[in-house]
Design a protein around this ligand. Structure first.
Ligand code: PLP
Length: 734
């Protein structure tokens, strides 16, 4: 394969028309690029923005709109001359235009034609698209972001609906004692790539929802994510009571009442918004229970338009509704008491012609059981005919958990399937690694990244080339961590020697383990600290040391989670571990990207089977890191003996403390006996051959399978197309 960018190869040679290099034209093109989040998964465009002003780019959280505000067209032109950016600006702009205007030759055009005029409406409470758009908290949001980016790339007709949180999720700072503090920052709307969505009457779209205690209003924003339009509802509008204007300001903040009101806006408001925009979805996809009120409003519209009775409309709507559940613990599902449900859904129930008892029954396993609260997952399951969990193991767990909804069926026949999560490769793949693939894979491989054949080529790549690329990325990660740690020390007001020491922390030649996730207790972040003497020996072994980089937030109300953060962060006060365990504050997509692109090993040790899928380990694969994980979530179906490391045997003891102790031992043993020896076993060229072989196995067997492309293709074939009333694609193909 040639060395040039495959995207460049596909383009016809530049037309002879002279290009307009005027300051205004360049400025407008950069603005257009900044206003479609398509740029966020195109390294050549990211590099273009960075080259405009590398320091401000970093300081502004990689936000191109904020960056461009600091430029006049004249200054942009000057900078373009200095950095020879003209052709790069024109080229990127042309690529974006072609991408957005042309979906005729995509996978979706062939396989999801039935959705053409009636797209999928994808509902989610959070979307993690880029660190500069803070409307996500963690895994669920990143998954939603990756889902819509995947749909965009495949050309699957889809619109997305979410909420606009003006303060997003919190910024995390740890104090001297390692205790988590939370800071909420108001996002500047005009620094975000959004604009008011315009309704069919030509005015900015707004919606109104009746409740027993008065109406709720929201406006609708449009955010462009490649070919996908993401509509975000925002309650900060005139007409709302002051407290309601703040209803959507924070993600997962507030009490039960805030929560049901947010979910009312997302579900019922979302459906109303689509109607006012003139969009009639062929399928509604509810990503997690938060949006499960949506089908009720769809039912109301169907009754009104087609004169159906409630039961008929419900059957009709459920056929076209897809529901994905993400939570394997009963306590993790949203539940509301009857009073809150009546206050918020009462008026809708009236127009559906059902009583409050019938309404409550829709959210209960046993409809008549007055002791049962209203569960959003139950509602989602009852209002959809296509339901799925997010990994094979999670499918089993979910069928068992909800078997009493279908008491006449045996467990295997409970109608909850599974589609395992995947990650959006262009968003998580390091640029250096992409270049390696570009050099060695077939041209145009990125348009086929959900296919296994593409990735087999990795076995033919020179091991030295892989190792060099990985080492370069690891160095970048360590540079990033050092900058962050010294900044953390400075903010806490620590003395200069501490700040200076942080600038030299970690060693690029040492086996580096990463652990970053939400600090929910079931993820057992402190498992590795359970035997400090053994850990000390292992981490400080003279010729084969180990270091660990940790990051993650705890929910503001999760005190046990905060306690775990403290334990890990305070390792820096233990002189045996001070240069071996570091805690990077404020885990977000940016921190995540650096970590997954640079570590050698990704540690994941949740209490089985509580990790529904997990996706961070999938990001590791793409960049050549190896997974070391409990056989839970996606890893239970991914591990094959030669593509990473398994902790335990895929079983759990009924007594949690026994499981914890057993798994902790396994973690140490796995490190001592397998991981450390393999990593430090170098050949005469200084290459760890066995390790590199495992990297190749991991990439070739896992990258395609756990990609968002494969995931969205699965949803399209098994859920969207059948729900839209089309034949499934497999039947279409002769
Ligand atoms: C990928 C990602 C997650 C989800 O990872 P898990 O494996 O589910 O913990 C959470 N937060 C961020 C910022 C991510 O990038």
């Amino acid at each position: 394969m040639g060395q040039t960018d495959t995207l460049l190869q596909e383009r016809p040679s530049q037309s002879v028309v002279t290009t307009d290099n005027s300051a205004e034209n360049l400025y407008d093109k950069c603005q257009s690029l900044a206003r479609n989040l398509w740029w966020s998964w195109h390294p050549e465009v990211i590099n273009l923005f960075r080259d405009l002003d590398p320091i401000r780019w970093r300081q502004l959280d990689h936000n191109p709109i904020a960056l461009l505000k600091e430029f006049t067209p004249e200054r942009l032109e000057m900078r373009s001359t200095e950095m020879v950016l003209f052709s790069r600006i024109h080229h990127s702009y042309r690529q974006l235009k072609e991408y957005v205007s042309n979906s005729a030759h995509t996978w979706g055009a062939t396989h999801a034609g039935v959705l053409g005029a009636m797209p999928v409406a994808y509902f989610s409470a959070e979307f993690g698209i880029h660190e500069s758009v803070p409307i996500y908290s963690g895994g669920l949001g990143v998954l939603s972001g990756d889902h819509i980016k995947g749909a965009s790339g495949l050309g699957v007709p889809l619109v997305a609906i979410g909420l606009f949180y003006s303060q997003g999720y919190f910024k995390q700072h740890l104090d001297q004692d390692g205790y988590q503090g939370e800071e909420y920052l108001e996002t500047k709307v005009d620094n975000l790539p959004m604009e008011p969505a315009i309704s069919t009457d030509g005015l900015p779209a707004t919606i109104q929802i009746e409740t027993r205690t008065g109406p709720l209003h929201a406006k609708v924003w449009l955010m462009r994510v490649g070919r996908v339009n993401l509509y975000l509802l925002d309650c900060d509008v005139e007409g709302n009571l002051p407290e309601d204007r703040e209803l959507t300001s924070r993600l997962y903040g507030g009490d039960e009442r805030t929560r049901i009101r947010q979910e009312l806006v997302l579900g019922v408001g979302g459906v109303k918004a689509l109607q006012s925009l003139g969009i009639s979805p062929g399928v509604h996809h509810l990503n997690e229970g938060h949006s499960a009120f949506a089908p009720l409003e769809v039912i109301r519209q169907a009754m009104q338009e087609d004169g159906l009775k409630f039961d008929e409309a419900l059957r009709e709507v459920a056929r076209r509704t897809v529901f994905t559940t993400h939570t394997p613990v009963p306590a993790g599902h949203d539940r509301f008491d009857g009073t809150l449900v009546e206050e918020h859904l009462g008026p809708l129930a009236d127009s559906l012609g059902i009583s409050s008892e019938q309404l409550m029954g829709l959210g209960r396993v046993e409809p008549q059981n007055e002791k049962e609260s209203f569960c959003m997952t139950v509602l989602g399951l009852k209002l959809s005919r296509q339901a799925n969990a997010v990994s094979s193991l999670h499918g089993h767990v979910s069928r068992r958990m909800w078997s009493h909804l279908w008491p006449w069926r045996v467990e295997e026949e409970i109608p909850i399937g599974h589609i395992t999560n995947g990650v959006h490769i262009p968003s998580w793949l390091a640029w250096q690694m992409k270049q390696l693939y570009d050099r060695n894979f077939e041209a145009g491989w990125m348009s086929r990244m959900g296919e296994p054949e593409v990735w087999q080529e990795i076995h033919r790549v020179d091991p030295g080339e892989i190792w060099e690329t990985h080492s370069a990325l690891k160095n970048l990660l360590i540079g990033f961590v050092r900058r962050r740690l010294s900044r953390q020390c400075r903010r806490r007001g620590e003395d200069d020697s501490r700040v200076e020491a942080a600038r030299r922390v970690l060693d690029p030649n040492v086996l580096t383990i990463g652990f970053a996730r939400r600090f929910a207790t079931y993820k057992r972040a402190a498992l590795i600290l359970s035997d400090l003497d053994r850990l000390n020996e292992l981490m400080n072994a003279p010729h084969r040391p180990v270091q660990l980089i940790v990051s993650g937030k705890a929910h503001p109300k999760d005190e046990p989670g905060k306690e775990l953060i403290k334990q890990l962060a305070n390792c820096r006060h233990d002189e045996r571990l001070t240069n071996r365990i570091v805690f990077v504050e404020d885990y977000d997509i940016n921190v995540g990207r650096h970590l997954v692109q640079g570590v050698d090993v990704w540690l994941n040790n949740p209490r089985r089977p509580l990790e529904a899928s997990g996706t961070s380990g999938q990001k590791i694969v793409l960049n050549g890191g190896l997974n070391m994980s409990v056989l839970d979530g996606w890893w239970a179906e991914a591990f094959n003996g030669t593509n990473g490391f398994a902790i335990g045997k895929g079983t759990q003891h009924v007594d949690e403390s026994v499981s914890d102790a057993r798994d902790a031992k396994e973690v140490y043993q796995m490190l001592e006996e397998k991981i450390i020896p393999l990593y430090y076993d170098l050949d005469i060229d200084g290459l760890p051959r066995g390790w590199i072989k495992m990297m190749m196995n991991s990439i070739s067997t896992l990258a395609w399978r756990f990609s968002a492309h494969r995931m969205v293709m699965d949803y399209t074939r098994t859920s969207y197309v059948p729900a839209a009333g089309g034949l499934s694609c497999d039947m279409n193909v002769v």
